[in-house]
Design a protein around this ligand. Structure first.
Ligand SMILES: [Fe+2]
Length: 213
């Protein structure tokens, strides 16, 4: 049985995130909606099973995990996070730290007890969402299926939303441009099987995306 205190802590953190950073909150919300829609398609078509996703998988947990994937960005100064222009190596390192800051934050949320059902998925999402299929991501340089399935799913929708969302920096891409880019990084940055299912789901309108024209 899940520890209610931990569960409530997670919900409280989601509320906090919504209140303090509009850009991050919107990206987190979109990523969570897309992750749920994409995962439901993967489950419905038998491409993945709940057991492969996580013991005790639920749609709510997927939503929470995707919603909090970038929670560590709350600890990166806005002047760096939303800088309009090229990041220095030092600034880039600060952005990358959002993964370990997010991990530390989750550890504090679960400090008073453990709930493996909630914890496993949340940690997978927060700690591994910048790993790459080819092993050149961060923080650990995990490769292929060594990266949790939850993190690989979130990476696909995270990339899509990051490209198509309004941000204080960088150019916003159109829906079609973003799909083209997902195709381009399939097999290097992203799990090629998941990208194929995602693109097909979008084409057949089984996955609905806000930026879709
Ligand atoms: Fe991130």
């Amino acid at each position: 049985m899940c520890n209610n205190i931990n569960y409530n802590n997670v919900l409280f953190k989601m509320q906090h995130l919504l209140a303090v950073d509009n850009f991050l909150a919107l990206h987190s919300y979109n990523t969570a909606c897309y992750a749920v829609s994409f995962t439901n398609l993967l489950l419905e078509t038998g491409a993945v099973t709940e057991k492969e996703l996580s013991p005790g998988y639920s749609e709510d947990l997927m939503f929470m995990s995707a919603f909090l994937h970038d929670v560590g960005k709350l600890y990166v100064p806005d002047v760096v996070l939303y800088k309009d222009g090229h990041l220095t190596d030092c600034e880039w390192d600060m952005v990358k730290l959002h993964v370990t800051e997010g991990q530390k934050h989750l550890e504090s949320l679960f400090a008073n007890g453990s709930c493996s059902r909630v914890k496993g998925m949340l940690f997978g999402a927060v700690v591994q969402h910048h790993e790459r299929w080819d092993g050149y991501g961060y923080v650990c340089g995990l490769r292929g299926k060594d990266i949790s399935l939850v993190a690989r799913i979130i990476s696909v929708v995270d990339c899509y939303d990051a490209m198509t969302s309004l941000r204080p920096y960088g150019a916003r891409r159109t829906h079609d441009e973003a799909l083209e880019e997902l195709n381009r990084v399939s097999g290097s940055q992203l799990d090629p099987f998941l990208v194929d299912v995602f693109l097909d789901g979008v084409k057949t309108e089984k996955i609905i995306l806000k930026a879709q024209s």
